[in-house]
Design a protein around this ligand. Structure first.
Ligand SMILES: *[C@@H]1O[C@H](CO)[C@@H](O)[C@H](O)[C@H]1NC(C)=O
Ligand SMILES: *[C@@H]1O[C@H](CO)[C@@H](O)[C@H](O)[C@H]1NC(C)=O
Ligand SMILES: *[C@@H]1O[C@H](CO)[C@@H](O)[C@H](O)[C@H]1NC(C)=O
Ligand SMILES: *[C@@H]1O[C@H](CO)[C@@H](O)[C@H](O)[C@H]1NC(C)=O
Ligand SMILES: *[C@@H]1O[C@H](CO)[C@@H](O)[C@H](O)[C@H]1NC(C)=O
Length: 409
């Protein structure tokens, strides 16, 4: 009797906790909605504010600006670069000395906002982040506001697309940026060499393609494409999405894959104009596999160094072509001949500062301002997605590209 009572009592108290819990779940749920709504309102206020922000800025820096054209130009980092501050000592010592990487001491970088009025360029990194509550309130007409970003549009915080009449220059991977911030570029050798003529690259490898991917659901839907390609030739995935991570250095991982794979899939997570990254460059440096790209702008890549999936009617057609290539050494090897004629150049992560410094010291640089960032950053990027049932790419609506925001919590 006692035991049964006790059990009933225990059951009831558990029920009570459950009921209590339901109330607390509902409260948490309502709280979430409230917080979400508050942030949405704040965000849309920010966007409105951003579009007319330039009207609130004042030019009231009166501290006897040094007008001498020859004075050292000051470059101020207004934001961080992702989570960290720019290393001003390192940059000033290794870039901006007469014998330094930029070959000039005519510039200096700083993180110190007290130097705002004395600055010639102010850098905003799009994932700094840029925060409308934390903007310079003073602005002088000769100052250049520079947008710095190496990410594709959907990873560029949406606030940037609302900052009209704000930026004077852009430093991005896009070739129409004012300042060169590309992942790589190439140039013709002054004197062609003959080093590839005696080499054979295929080495009995069977038709297989390798990939290293950490972003499992890409904006370009490369995973959909690769799934179809896999029906013709085996596609090996290494990385976060397949649960088979390679823990060694990138160079060693690539070389290991190259032992059994004659092709490497250098598809980007975003299929946007000019977006070409180290996914291609690393394979070119490794020099053992042919990179397969999917691109709107193939002229960014070294001629005859790649296969462009965009030139094939379907993944199956590409797969058949890759099979053919592995049956003909002469044809396969022809994709490595570029090395006799071209050089691949990979700029250092801070090399854009040399370009910026040069422009700041050029008195003939014209005034310039980006009136609509939305147009430049999103419309002009022309991002696309591959649609499996159509065998082709379609345009992604601009608003969909803009939706990305920093996590709120
Ligand atoms: C700036 O430097 C150039 C070349 O060094 C020199 O010719 C010119 O006189 C200088 N201008 C001023 C205002 O100091
Ligand atoms: C390169 O080597 C091949 C074969 O050894 C030779 O026929 C050709 O003339 C050479 N080309 C140049 C530019 O040296
Ligand atoms: C390999 O391809 C080359 C160039 O397209 C061609 O001339 C040659 O006949 C092919 N060889 C074989 C064995 O099919
Ligand atoms: C930079 O942009 C601002 C804002 O639109 C503009 O007022 C200023 O004239 C521009 N300055 C230069 C040097 O281009
Ligand atoms: C896409 O390509 C596949 C394989 O070549 C073909 O079977 C299919 O009919 C194609 N679809 C369209 C819509 O062209």
């Amino acid at each position: 009797m006692n035991a049964a009572m006790f059990n009933i009592f225990r059951y009831c108290s558990r029920l009570r906790y459950l009921l209590l819990c339901r109330q607390c779940l509902i409260s948490v749920f309502l709280l979430c909605i409230l917080v979400y709504a508050t942030f949405r309102v704040k965000l849309s206020n920010d966007y409105k504010n951003a579009q007319v922000f330039y009207k609130t800025q004042q030019s009231i820096c009166n501290n006897n600006l040094n007008q001498n054209q020859n004075r050292t130009k000051i470059i101020l980092f207004w934001t961080k670069l992702f989570k960290r501050k720019a290393d001003e000592n390192y940059i000033n010592n290794y870039f901006f000395t007469s014998s330094g990487r930029c070959g000039t001491n005519q510039c200096r970088v700083t993180n110190n906002r007290d130097e705002l009025c004395a600055s010639d360029a102010i850098i905003f990194h799009a994932r700094g982040p840029i925060n409308m509550n934390d903007m310079p309130t003073k602005r002088l007409p000769h100052q250049r506001y520079v947008l710095l970003i190496k990410e594709p549009p959907y990873k560029t915080t949406a606030i940037v697309g609302h900052l009209n009449y704000f930026f004077n220059w852009t430093a991005t991977y896009r070739t129409d940026s004012d300042i060169n911030y590309q992942y790589f570029y190439w140039r013709r050798k002054a004197k062609p060499t003959n080093e590839t003529s005696q080499k054979s690259y295929l080495k009995n490898r069977q038709a297989r393609a390798a990939s290293m991917i950490s972003n499992c659901y890409s904006q370009s839907n490369r995973e959909g494409y690769l799934q179809r390609l896999n029906s013709i030739i085996p596609v090996t995935h290494v990385g976060y999405c397949s649960g088979t991570k390679c823990h060694k250095s990138r160079e060693i991982c690539l070389s290991q894959l190259a032992e059994t794979h004659p092709f490497y899939l250098s598809f980007e997570n975003s299929l946007c104009r000019d977006y070409a990254t180290e996914k291609y460059a690393n394979v070119i440096i490794n020099n053992q596999m042919i990179p397969i790209i999917f691109s709107q702008t193939p002229n960014l890549y070294i001629p005859n160094s790649y296969i462009d999936a965009n030139q094939f009617s379907s993944p199956e057609a590409l797969g058949q072509f890759l099979r053919q290539l592995t049956l003909n050494t002469t044809m396969y090897d022809s994709y490595f001949k570029w090395k006799d004629e071209y050089d691949l150049i990979i700029p250092g992560p801070d090399d854009y500062l040399c370009d910026l410094c040069k422009k700041l010291n050029n008195p003939n640089e014209p005034y310039k301002v980006y009136d609509s960032m939305k147009k430049w950053l999103y419309n002009d990027a022309k991002c696309q997605r591959w649609v499996s049932k159509l065998n082709k790419t379609i345009d992604i609506p601009v608003d969909e590209s803009m939706d990305y925001e920093e996590p709120w919590f």
